[in-house]
Design a protein around this ligand. Structure first.
Ligand SMILES: [Zn+2]
Length: 334
């Protein structure tokens, strides 16, 4: 579990429900370190997770960016490939995490690793995000933050021994313009050409999940910033409407402190990112985003501007959603 990411002795509760896991962690933590209260322990774990996410964002989001075809993109490819191995994935298809594809004479590469589950014949879960950048700049919120969160969830699942079914950690290429919603978009090519015969049970996609939500004109001073701070932790979710059984499953998932969740309908915000192809194909999905902000698609979208504790809370939530979805009845309905 993500609360335990660097606490190996506290694992092996992977298939229990969230409430059981907290119960187990609390008592085990007290046994290991009776001076710490439960809340102190959880705060320490969130801090550790936030540091890990920060490391990933700083490593991936280099000054030259990750535009398709660029040297920075090549460096990012090698980094994603290495990290998928480090978190405990095995290749989804073939012998490598890299899933190259070619459109209109251009080379692109998706990456997909798997944390094997108890029954590998079942359709897998997928957690994914795009890694390319729109401009030759760090683009930390767009989309290094979501890549880091996807890797962290995969790592937590691996440390707990896996779920009831496989989970694919999918790091997509070419989400940004001019590829957005076109034939070269990585998530579209992944779903149409690279998904195996098991299909996808449920997909969790995130984009723009590293920043605080701010009111327009929020830079009018510290007092005003404090007054609007309650909205900083907002995170938006769409997709609960993608399967009749999803709302009840999501109701059971605890939202961690440090994150305020607003559920809305995808039709209100549009197909902003890589969840689109799953929605089009009736795959149950959840899309998480903190929306656009003043640094969206700007050179100022840099790692130092992200809120890593908020990202840690989103990662904990995303892991819990995946655990819930792993056992949920989400067969395609008619
Ligand atoms: Zn973008």
């Amino acid at each position: 579990m993500l609360q335990q990411i660097l606490s190996a002795p506290l694992q092996a509760t992977g298939r229990k429900q969230q409430s059981d896991r907290f119960f187990h962690v609390s008592h085990q933590a007290q046994a290991d370190c009776p001076i710490l209260t439960d809340i102190q322990r959880m705060k320490t774990d969130i801090t550790t997770l936030a540091e890990s996410l920060k490391n990933d964002v700083y490593e991936l989001c280099q000054p030259r960016g990750r535009m398709v075809g660029s040297k920075g993109h090549k460096i990012a490819e090698a980094w994603v490939d290495r990290r998928l191995g480090e978190i405990g994935c095995i290749p989804y298809r073939g012998k490598t995490f890299a899933l190259p594809y070619h459109v209109d004479g251009m080379d692109f590469t998706n990456f997909a690793g798997v944390i094997p589950g108890a029954d590998r014949t079942l359709p897998p879960l997928l957690i994914g995000a795009h890694y390319d950048s729109v401009i030759p700049h760090p683009c930390a919120d767009d989309n290094g933050a979501a890549v880091a969160i996807s890797l962290a969830v995969g790592e937590a699942v691996a440390r707990s021994g896996g779920l009831e079914r496989d989970i694919i950690v999918a790091i997509f290429d070419a989400e940004e313009p001019p590829y957005f919603m076109g034939d070269a978009m990585g998530s579209i090519r992944f779903y149409e050409d690279q998904v195996d015969a098991r299909g996808i049970h449920f997909a969790l996609v995130s984009d723009l999940v590293g920043h605080d939500v701010e009111m327009p004109g929020d830079n009018i001073g510290a007092m005003a910033a404090n007054m609007v701070s309650p909205i900083k932790s907002l995170t938006f979710m769409t997709g609960a409407e993608s399967h009749p059984n999803l709302p009840a499953m999501l109701e059971e998932v605890e939202v961690p402190s440090g994150m305020k969740l607003i559920a809305t309908l995808n039709e209100y915000v549009g197909d902003m990112s890589d969840h689109a192809v799953f929605r089009w194909n009736d795959v149950p999905y959840v899309f998480l985003s903190c929306g656009r902000w003043q640094h969206y698609h700007q050179s100022t979208d840099t790692p130092d501007r992200l809120n890593y504790r908020k990202m840690a809370a989103i990662a904990v939530y995303a892991e819990s959603v995946c655990r819930g979805a792993a056992t949920a009845e989400l067969e395609t309905f008619i």
